[in-house]
Design a protein around this ligand. Sequence first.
Ligand SMILES: *Cc1c(COP(=O)(O)O)cnc(C)c1O
Length: 215
Amino acid sequence: MSLTEIQTRIDKAALTAGRDPGDVTLIAVSKMQPDALVRDVLDSGHRVFGENRVQEAARKWPAFREDFDDIALHIIGPLQSNKVRQAMELAQAIHSVDRVKLAQTLARLADELGSCPDLFIQVNTGEEPQKAGVLPSEADFFVSEVRKLGLPLKGLMCIPPVDEAPSLHFALLAKIAARNELSGLSMGMSGDFEQAVALGATHVRVGSAIFGARD
Ligand SMILES: *Cc1c(COP(=O)(O)O)cnc(C)c1O
C-alpha cells in the first residue's frame, strides 16, 4: 500500500467515527527498512517516523535530517536506561515509558537538557509476561508517578497480543486514558490501524503496510 492510500484509509476511518482526521498522526515505522525506501517516503513529504531501537535511530536519522527539515522521530520500542539520553536528544516522542526508574531518569535528564520529548506510557493490556509495559491495574498509579515528576505526559500506548481481537485492547487503553484525562492514544499497526482510529487512536504506528515486510 502506498503512504497516500494508508492516509486515505485513516481519514475515512476517522470521519466514519465522527472524528477529525487531523487528530490522527500517522507514524511511518521505518525500523529495519532500507534507507532508499525511507528516503522515498521523505521525498513524498511525510515527516513523522518511528524507530524501535535507539541505536538504529542514531545511525540513520542524523543523515536524513541533514537533507530534510522538520522530521519528527518517535521512539516506540523498549528503552534501556543507558540509552535514555541519546533517545531524548534524537526523538520528539517516546512511547515506551514503563517503569518508575525510567521516569526518574527522564526527569533528571529533562532538567539537565532543558527539554523533554512527549511521553507515552506503554500499557501491557494483554498482561503478557514477555511484553513491556505497566499492567492495566498499575496504570493509574504509574500515571500519577510520572505526573509528579513534572514530565510532559501525552498519553498511553499499547501493542495488543497477536492472537486476540485488537479492538478489546484499544478500548481498554482508551478507557484508562479517559479516566486519567490523557488525550494521546498510540495504538494501531499495519493490520489494525483503522480499528484503532475508530476507537480513538491519536497516533497509529504503521510499518510493513507502508514499506513492505521487514527482513
Ligand atoms: C514494528 C512496530 C510497529 C509497526 O508494525 P507493522 O506491523 O509493521 O505496522 C508498531 N509498533 C511497534 C512498537 C513496533 O515495534
